[in-house]
Write a protein that binds this ligand. Structure first.
Ligand code: ZN
Ligand code: MN
Length: 474
């Protein structure tokens, strides 16, 4: 019998706000423990939380970007439980009436477009962080109260690779729009994985295993690559899959049982009496909509279509937005955007990387690069010379025309001068000259190279070829 895995993901993402969700404490990673706290986020009795409007805006914006519906009435609830890192003994979240519902994320996987359906994205608060030492434990509450968006998919993911690609696409969208920095190392994105296996073609879901608190996407993929065959094998051996929470051991590369979860916890949710319902006005939502940016996949497709770029080039401009924007400034003004893309990727990006310079620090503007390309197109300088000019532009910021002028780099297209050089090359290399006369076409390239060398790269290569042939063919 064939089995299929059914995977759902719950992704927690920290929102990029200046302050926390219900108080004015900074939302900033890396401060000394318990230095970014106040009575509100420490949950002292009698304090009153006030919702952070920027967090509400980023939540609605996420809704638009992920094709969600935005209910005009949302609510905050208390999820009650005791845990050392939750000072209040409850977490404020959205249960029955979340801010965003439904939606989907499209992305590419193995050359095909895939879609993951979303159930909801609700706004809540992060909790503190426990640290365990040899003989004692400590809690840092700096993270407590940081705005957190929990994005939940439908159980519609069917492979480990699909889960991985979805997470990357989600991260790209959120970083693109400035919703989160999504820095995994700083714990800004954490993922819970739900996975069950069932006979292919059946409708009922199998027992669900949850792998909690994954902080790397490759970890999610590896955990699924381990867990899917584990469950299938167990079923084939007539074992029952326990509904449980498992932990991923990244070093050992296995999942281990953590705790049984036969009964759902009762968190005694109730509407937070200190917070008003969230009822966005149409005008406010219209403002939020202005933050909607072109998504990575749409940008990629547009670059491929509008500028006729290959997949790989488009990817470069999607991954490096400012480089892509730079390309676009002049792409509309050139006849062959692909040639421009080569310049931007092979020369500009390479040089920026090599010299550890950012695009903002560049000494010349896009118009200067356009000028350089036009010098090549018009035959004034060769492609090879253009590389030299480019390096000079990069180092000094001088205009390409000035560099060409100053260094005497204008391409030699004067057939008299080229003829002299060709004669010299033939005389110095009688062997290859003879080979060509006997019909060995490849010998011409060698001679051409010699002429280019003699001209220090300035001869017009096409003309050199013509003149050489004319002389050699008598
Ligand atoms: Zn606070
Ligand atoms: Mn949550």
């Amino acid at each position: 019998m064939e089995y299929e895995p059914i995977i759902g993901l719950e992704t927690h993402v920290q929102l990029k706000t200046k302050s926390k969700m219900w108080c004015g404490c900074p939302n900033q990673y890396g401060a000394d423990p318990n230095t970014q706290v106040c009575p509100v986020c420490l949950g002292m009795p009698g304090v009153l939380p006030v919702a952070n409007e920027e967090a509400l805006r980023l939540t609605a914006l996420t809704g638009y970007l992920l094709n969600c519906d935005l209910p005009r009435h949302a609510r905050f609830d208390r999820k009650n439980y005791f845990y050392p890192d939750v000072a209040k003994n409850y977490q404020i979240t959205q249960l029955a009436l979340p801010s965003t519902i439904n939606g989907h994320v499209d992305f590419e996987l193995n050359g095909k477009t895939e879609r993951v359906q979303l159930t909801r994205a609700h706004l809540e608060e992060d909790v503190g962080k426990s640290f365990h030492y040899d003989r004692q434990s400590g809690v840092d509450f700096n993270r407590g109260g940081v705005p957190l968006l929990e994005i939940i998919t439908e159980p519609c993911i069917t492979t480990a690779d699909m889960a991985h690609a979805y997470l990357n696409a989600l991260k790209d969208i959120l970083t693109y729009a400035g919703i989160s920095d999504c820095d995994m190392e700083k714990g800004m994105v954490r993922c819970d994985v739900n996975i069950s296996v069932r006979p292919k073609g059946t409708a009922e879901l199998g027992a669900k295993v949850e792998i909690k608190n994954m902080n790397s996407f490759s970890g999610v993929r590896r955990a699924l690559q381990y867990e899917i065959p584990r469950q299938i094998e167990a079923i084939q051996n007539n074992e029952t899959i326990a509904q449980e929470t498992r932990r991923w051991d990244d070093v050992a590369g296995i999942t281990e049982s953590m705790r049984n979860k036969e009964n759902a916890h009762d968190y005694r949710y109730f509407p937070d009496p200190d917070l008003m319902a969230f009822e966005p006005s149409e005008a406010w939502l219209e403002e939020v909509k202005k933050g909607v940016v072109e998504l990575p996949l749409a940008r990629k497709r547009r670059f491929m279509e509008q500028y006729k770029l290959p997949d790989g080039d488009a990817d470069v401009f999607v991954n490096d937005v400012s480089l892509g924007d730079y390309f676009e400034q002049i792409a509309v003004k050139v006849e062959q955007p692909k040639a421009l893309a080569n310049w931007v990727i092979n020369n500009l990006q390479a040089k920026l990387t090599e010299s550890e310079t950012s695009l903002q620090e560049l000494k010349f503007d896009a118009a200067a690069l356009l000028e350089l390309i036009k010098l090549v197109d018009s035959g004034k300088i060769s492609t090879k010379i253009a590389q030299t000019v480019f390096v000079e532009m990069f180092d000094t910021g001088k205009s390409p025309a000035a560099i060409v002028e100053e260094k005497g780099l204008v391409q030699v297209s004067d057939s008299g001068a080229i003829e002299t050089l060709c004669q010299q090359a033939i005389e110095a290399n009688p062997g290859p000259a003879d080979d060509f006369r006997k019909g060995k076409e490849a010998a011409l390239n060698f001679l051409k190279g010699q002429v280019m060398k003699l001209s220090r790269g300035k001869a017009n290569p096409a003309l050199v070829g013509e003149v050489l042939k004319r002389i050699l063919n008598g």
